[in-house]
Design a protein around this ligand. Structure first.
Ligand code: PAF
Length: 300
């Protein structure tokens, strides 16, 4: 593994790899790596000759200043995790470049002016609740595409809507990059791994798996219940969790939304038959202990 902090250094390494006909895999991250990220990196190491992992907390995708400030920055531990992953992985890749730029290096002209629009896929769920977020993601991801020139780019399905946005970005900018969505990695108790989990108190961390458990039950209900009934049940179950369970410290779930949408268009469906070839996906955002958690369930 080699750590690279300068865009020019990354470009030089990429140009050299391209000359040799090597295939490059890109894993964009904001650091604070966990097993979920490592599963993307592992896959990239197995499918490419050179892997670029970016670790960059992208300020322009945060519409909440406090969220940006609280975002964990753990570069040294992250690099160690990548090293140990490489040591235990049967890699096709001969080299991994960990790209850790500063904000000034990434945006030398100051805050970028470019704005991306994605139409209906960004008009639902996270889009209206986090104005500017997906455009900020697109700006940094496009920069990373330009610098790393990957053949494949790896994204986790926990941020399900982000994948739809990147698919739309690729269609707009016409880059021949293969988008590789990777399944969510969960803790043994079912909680989707996320950098935000480390902000949960021990009591909240104990409660949090109820999100996935509720979604799993919803997937079973989908076999015999209507879409609206499943939606209502999920929201009610989580909102009233503290009334029927023993919840310490006055903790409770505050669901922000639960939508059942087509897996590709992300448009809400009213009937299971409205979902296309890839079926429907349930996407949820829930507050717990001041932390906003998201998760998904696939209805197939
Ligand atoms: O999913 C993330 O961690 C970020 O949105 C990404 C894709 C690394 C862009 O900053």
């Amino acid at each position: 593994m080699k750590q690279v902090t300068k865009a020019a250094e990354l470009t030089a390494a990429v140009e050299e790899a391209k000359k040799q006909g090597l295939e490059i895999g890109l894993v964009p991250t904001m650091g604070a790596l966990h097993e979920g990220h490592l599963s993307l990196i592992e896959r990239a190491l197995k499918e490419n000759d050179l892997v670029v992992v970016s670790l960059f907390v992208n300020p322009i995708q945060f519409n909440n200043k406090e969220d940006l400030e609280k975002y964990p920055r753990t570069i040294d531990a992250d690099l160690k995790l990548i090293e140990s992953l490489i040591a235990r992985t049967d890699c096709r890749a001969k080299e991994l470049l960990a790209f850790t730029p500063t904000v000034e290096e990434m945006y030398p002209q100051g805050e970028p002016k470019e704005v991306y629009h994605f139409g209906p896929v960004e008009e639902v769920m996270e889009g209206p609740r986090r104005p500017g977020h997906f455009s900020g993601v697109a700006v940094v991801v496009r920069r990373l595409f330009d610098l790393a020139q990957p053949k494949r780019a790896y994204f986790g399905e926990k941020d399900y809507q982000q994948i739809a946005v990147i698919r739309s970005l690729l269609a707009q900018i016409k880059y021949p990059i293969e988008l590789v969505p990777c399944p969510i990695v969960r803790a043994d108790d079912g909680l989707a791994l996320s950098s935000r989990n480390m902000r949960l108190s021990p009591a909240a961390r104990q409660m949090a798996p109820a999100i996935n458990a509720t979604l799993e039950q919803a997937a079973e209900m989908a076999e015999y219940e209507e879409v609206d009934d499943v939606k209502e049940w999920v929201l009610d179950t989580l909102a009233s969790w503290h009334e029927v369970n023993d919840c310490p410290d006055g903790l409770c779930f505050e669901p922000e939304y639960f939508e059942i949408v087509d897996a590709i268009t992300l448009q809400p469906i009213a009937d299971w038959d409205e979902a296309g070839e890839l079926g429907a996906v349930g996407c949820i955002a829930v507050w717990l202990d001041g932390v906003r958690l998201i998760d998904i369930v696939k209805f197939q």
